[in-house]
Design a protein around this ligand. Sequence first.
Ligand code: F6P
Length: 756
Amino acid sequence: MDLRTLFRRVGLALRFIAPLTLVLALLALALVPLVESLTLRWWVTDLETRSRLVANTMQEQLVDLVQQGNGARVRQLFRRAVEDERLFALAYCNDAGQIVYRTDTYPVALGCNEIRGSGPDAHVLRQFPPAPIHVTWFPIPSNGQKIGTLVLVHDMSFVERRTADTRRYIIGFFILLGVVVSLITVFVAHLSWRGWMDGMRALLRGEGIIQPFRASANPDLQPIVDEVKALLREVDHSRRNLGRGAAWNPDMLRSVLRNELAGDEILLVSNREPYIHMRQGDSDKLAIRRPASGLVTAMEPIMRACSGTWIAHGSGTGDRAVVDRHDHILVPPDNPSYTLRRVWLSEEEERGYYYGFANEGLWPLCHIAHVRPVFRTSDWERYVEINQRFAGAVCSEARTEDPVVLVQDYHFALLPRFIHERLPKATIITFWHIPWPNPESFGICPWRARVLDGLLGSTILGFHTQYHCRNFIDTVDRYLEARIEYEASRVSYGGHRTSIEPYPISIQWPSPWADVQPAVAECRRRVIEREGFPGHVRLGIGVDRMDYTKGIIERFHAVEKLLETHPEYVGRFVFVQIAAPSRSSLDDYRIFQEEVHSLAARINARFADAAVPPIRLKAEHHEPELINEYFRAADVCIVTSLHDGMNLVAKEFVAARDDDQGVLVLSQFTGAARELHDALPVNPYHVDQCAEVLDQALRMPPDEQRVRMRSMRRLVQDYNVYRWAGAMLLDASRLRQRQRIVDRIDRHRERTVATG
Ligand code: F6P
């Protein structure tokens, strides 16, 4: 124990002990004289009783001997009497007040005079050096006549001795009492302090109220508990409301980072990189491609605003050529504002981790889109390895011990745990971009407990909807021994707590092309010209990755049905499907792709006489600016996902329509349908219904389109991607604040425990 700690501890103990000692000392001071006078009184009473007893015993014999004048016998009688240790001396005085007989010990100076006139049976206590004495005298009668006085002198020094003993005992008792009470007080205070610390920690961590903070355990503490809770609520509230009502934009997000996270380091991890360098043919020329990915669409503007580091798989054929020796490259290429760190995977690793476990296992498992999930042990092993490799990359990129790490998607279910083990102070926000199924469906995964354990390494785990949060919590409840706080939406597992929260993802607002995009009429003109459509056609648009979850087949069937039931659209309505190639090395995707192509061909063949084939399938990569042009040119955008976490295409279409025109047909099985209530909802499995809704969309008057589109644009504007990221970062900052206080308490407590 160092000297400072010793002094602090002694000081703390003295705060209890000093006033206690003072009170006990005062009590002792008041009590000692009281006890002394009391005991003296008892002794004197006792001596008087004894004296009377002695006098009565001697009286008869003394009268005889005095009347006989037998001095020798009187002295002998007196000598025998003073053999009693306390009876110090005896004397017999005649009626004239002269000493007639006395023992040798009788103080002559005491004489007989002093007692004269004091009346019979009187006594006196006096200091008769060297010791205090007690004198009692008794008249000696004979035949009813007083003939003399018997004087008994008791030695009182034993009283003094016993009084001193009593004083010592009393002082000793009070010292002992002081020590015992002090020890008990310090011990109880220590226990209470620990309880308070635990209670405070629990409260700060947002746990349920625990002992001794439970009001029923100690109702006296309830007002303090209420006050602390109110204070925390206020802090939470002010953080949650930060920016509510205000327009969220990159500046706002930057100010959150600066003010709420004190400029803390931001690291983002995803499988897909935001910029892919591709070799063009055999030449050294490189083209930069922006992938068709909702994740990239959402995260890219955030990283531009945060200037952190984005760690991702370098999947482009030209990626290695452009990185520095740390595998870094600054992006975006036209205006570098953050670092992209590329992680390399071999083909075999990518096959197992990305194509295998992530896309043949977790993807169909979570989407429940009638494609069987496939789980292979070898894929799982690659998945574990690659998650570990990314954890290594995160740790090597981290400059601080407590960065904010944004883990993206189902490719990295184990990453939060691996990072947490290596950087326990990091705030890990994991966002699961796809749906989370019910416990029964998830239970199919052979490594379900490991996946759940991995995700519970996160500080915050986000899903698009409350429904997916609920599914996740139910799954944890089913397969792990974890403590679940349903109301607070928190899971405690292995001593670590994870908040499960819905954060509906969104897009950049205003659209990055808002200031430079051509007018709607011009976009339409360009599209019509590019595609060679007749000028009068009504245009439908669908933009997806070529993925079986997107409902492309169902959409084509709906278009066919529309033309079948409403032949007036034949040759007058064209549906353009942009389908970015995706995961095409997987059988399910290849088969699906073929199916899509052949269905489009069949439908087009069926309406071969039309002025224009009804389906224009564009199965190739399109850059976002071009897609924006198609959105602006279209009369209706069709999103028919069979199951989708959010679907940002729906929001991108809305963002593109600054003319307030255009109709959104939206699958009820997307997260977006829970927000965009002015879209026309469809069940993609119900082809007839979809066809009718398509007709309704194409007939919708401009005024109704305007009202609906305005309302959807307001929503996407308000709940843009900056607000989405801001909400997560504010929650992270709140938890970091709490964690810092908890750490401080823990450190203080550890110091206290260590120092005994
Ligand atoms: O929707 C899930 C998701 O991972 C998105 O995050 C992303 O937009 C999309 O799939 C892209 O998939 P991939 O990275 O496999 O091309």
